[in-house]
Design a protein around this ligand. Structure first.
Ligand code: IPM
Ligand code: MN
Length: 384
């Protein structure tokens, strides 16, 4: 018999355990309802609590342990809160968040997918009514670029100190992320057709396409990787004549995300530029409380992908049952869809969870509900 699908649940810090608890309840409900062949194990690390006890955020063999799983469901890492406790155990961000980057790199999760769709019921921050049509997928290069963590500090603490922080861009990682962007553009166009929705994007030569990929760089100032990205984009785009292409400099992209975000479909950006753009995209589509995220390794089936909401540990509201679990639940839905590549019943459960969370959002627009209340409403919906 095939081995069941196994999930490593790592709740982390702050609101992480609160929102993860609701995700696990939804998973339990779906497993019982459909007899899904999934199981999960909860890990107390990485976390501040583990660091306080053991002097490290996670055990030395953490990645080896996690690699035995098909996916990792991560809550949040960072300041555990509450903010009004000056004696709480705190770590510098670079230490508490390192496990996140270790997992992304260690499992070569080279794609970070962050969809930004303003769903009915989500808070609309932009006044323009066309904001209702926001539906983009930001694809962030997740394996290198500005995040390679190479460099150092010379003459530390001296007036003539020097800090270097290297950026590394390889053609291999460039090609694969751009190609992934085009594939997603095609998939999204096909899904829209199935749902009876259409979108049109103009190409420079006046044709219209059902989908688009916008490449973001800062090639007017950072020309070496900017030019390499542009050349790779131009070459790969020839394989996708059905997908419109577009380029924005990252500063102009920020402006256009606010001015006309409904004009974007798939956006491909570097690690840091994608990081910044996706906080902005999250707000455009309802805020951090509803923004899902995932770190994928689409090429190596032996490497687990990691699913975490875009939000952090939110120490200002941690421990109070106030965190919105919606982002976590959308993220869990995406995880099931991803795991469903091997087992269609799991994929169907992912779609069911997404629909239940979206319906809950639409029906409870603007209502003030606690973490557990939202989780219960969604579990009840799933049980029907
Ligand atoms: C994110 C976060 C992380 C990142 C931090 C916590 C290192 O901001 O997942 O977007 O920059 O990737
Ligand atoms: Mn970020």
């Amino acid at each position: 018999m095939a081995q069941s699908t196994r999930i490593a649940v790592t709740p982390g810090d702050g609101i992480g355990p609160e929102v993860v608890a609701e995700a696990v309840r939804c998973l339990e409900t779906l497993r019982a309802k459909h007899g899904l062949d999934i199981e999960w194990t909860r890990f107390p690390w990485p976390s501040h609590a583990w660091h306080e006890e053991h002097g490290e955020s996670m055990p030395a063999d953490a990645l080896a342990q996690l690699q035995k799983y098909d996916a990792i469901l991560l809550g949040a890492l960072g300041d555990p809160g509450p903010m009004d406790d000056p004696d709480r155990y705190l770590l510098p961000d670079s230490i508490s968040l390192a496990p996140l980057l270790d997992m992304r790199k260690g499992f070569d999760q080279w794609v970070c997918e962050r969809p930004a769709r303003l769903l009915p019921g989500a808070r609309q921050y932009l006044a323009d009514e066309r904001a209702k049509d926001i539906d983009m997928l930001v694809i962030r290069e997740n394996s290198e670029g500005e995040y390679v963590s190479q460099g150092g500090r010379l003459r530390k603490g001296m007036p003539d100190e020097v800090a270097t922080q290297m950026e590394v861009f390889t053609r291999k990682a460039t090609d694969r992320i751009i190609r992934y962007g085009f594939e997603q553009a095609r998939n999204r166009a096909a899904d829209r057709v199935k749902e009876g929705r259409t979108r049109t994007f103009r190409t420079l030569d006046g044709r219209t396409c059902e989908s688009q990929v916008c490449l973001v760089t800062k090639r007017n100032a950072l020309r070496y990787w900017g030019d390499m990205y542009t050349e790779a984009f131009d070459e790969i785009s020839k394989e996708y004549p059905d997908v419109a292409t577009h380029h924005e400099l990252v500063d102009a992209a920020c402006m256009k995300f606010v001015q006309s975000p409904w004009a974007f479909d798939v956006v491909v950006a570097s690690n840091l530029q994608g990081d910044i753009l996706t906080d902005l995209a999250a707000v455009l589509s309802g805020g951090m409380g509803v923004a899902p995220s995932c770190n994928l390794n689409p090429t190596d089936p032996d490497m687990p992908s990691m699913f975490e909401p875009t939000h952090g540990s939110a120490p200002d509201i941690a421990g109070q049952g106030l965190a919105d679990p919606t982002a976590m639940l959308f993220t869990a839905a995406r995880m099931l869809e991803w795991l469903g590549r091997k087992d269609p019943a799991i994929a169907a459960a992912g779609k069911e969870l997404f629909d239940a969370v979206a319906a809950d959002l639409a029906e409870n627009s603007g209502s003030r509900r606690g973490t557990h209340e939202i989780g219960s409403a969604i579990c009840e919906r799933l049980s029907q």
